[in-house]
Design a protein around this ligand. Structure first.
Ligand SMILES: Cc1cc2nc3c(=O)[nH]c(=O)nc-3n(C[C@H](O)[C@H](O)[C@H](O)COP(=O)(O)OP(=O)(O)OC[C@H]3O[C@@H](n4cnc5c(N)ncnc54)[C@H](O)[C@@H]3O)c2cc1C
Length: 234
């Protein structure tokens, strides 16, 4: 079938959500659709260090045919159940000898089999499984501003980007993260704002070289146990 007769699917955002969707669509219907991914960045990239895939998500990855490639780059596979431990601690007790919080057995069951990945490497595996050209095209430096129904074809949607360019699709999929322009456009007629609101909680991460930690806190639990998860101190 020629490209112009295929369903034109536009995916806004090439993060974990957008690329997972594109890989899933390929698995479901091969080259029966034309997929265009529009990403505001210069490439498919992920900020941040690690991400954990819980067992149920892993089953989805298996179904998508990604298990072998992902297993090859996993930084850990199955924290619990293999003699390893996760401890939950209040952040202010991590270095002060406080005891770990008790973890309900249901949570342990979920944690068993959780796999860890470097975010950028994980995204690279998804990228490698995207459909081949010409049924799929990535467009970088494309920040969606808004969308609207095409005036000439009520079944088509016109996409408008920050650089003034436009594109057309039959199906629009918003994977553009927490400040989604898709959501903003979809709910623009709502009386109340749909912009994200700060809840009052902050999550932050940082990396400390193991050697530096060992020098400052030789007995730190991170050096003797598998994984410590810090919770808020209040
Ligand atoms: C500290 C922290 C730890 C986490 N740990 C885990 C974990 O261990 N396991 C887990 O499963 N989840 C975890 N999460 C959640 C997980 O990271 C997110 O759910 C996931 O990254 C969301 O992916 P996404 O593709 O929907 O959005 P994003 O990752 O935000 O991707 C959105 C993409 O869209 C692009 N974009 C944005 N706006 C536009 C636009 N207007 N036009 C075009 N492109 C646009 C962005 O550049 C980006 O590439 C964690 C989150 C945080 C903050």
């Amino acid at each position: 079938m020629a490209n112009q007769h295929k369903l034109r699917v536009a995916v806004i955002g090439g993060g974990i959500g957008g690329l997972s969707f594109a890989v899933s669509l390929r698995k479901l219907c091969g080259s029966c659709v034309k997929i265009d991914i529009y990403e505001t960045a210069h490439a498919f990239t992920e900020a941040g260090a690690g991400i954990g895939l819980w067992p149920r998500v892993w089953h989805t990855m298996e179904a998508l045919g990604l298990a072998d490639d992902l297993s090859a780059i996993a930084t850990s596979s199955g924290f619990a159940g293999q003699g390893q431990q996760i401890e939950l601690r209040k952040s202010d007790r991590t270095t002060h000898g406080g005891s770990a919080l008790s973890v309900p057995s249901a949570v342990w069951t979920q944690l068993a089999g959780t796999r860890g990945f470097h975010r950028a490497v994980f995204l690279a595996v998804l990228n490698a499984h995207l459909p081949p050209n010409p049924s799929y095209t990535a467009h970088f430096h494309k920040r969606l501003v808004s969308y609207a129904t095409s005036p000439s074809d009520p079944e088509a949607t016109i996409l408008t980007f920050a650089d003034g360019s436009t594109a057309v699709c039959d199906l629009l999929v918003g994977c553009d993260g927490i400040r989604s322009a898709i959501r903003g456009t979809m709910y623009q007629s709502q009386p109340t704002s749909v912009d994200p609101i700060w809840s009052g909680s902050i999550a932050y991460r940082s990396l400390v070289p193991r050697k530096v930690l060992a020098k400052a806190y030789p007995e730190h639990p991170l050096l003797t146990k598998s994984l410590q998860v810090g919770l808020t101190s209040s």
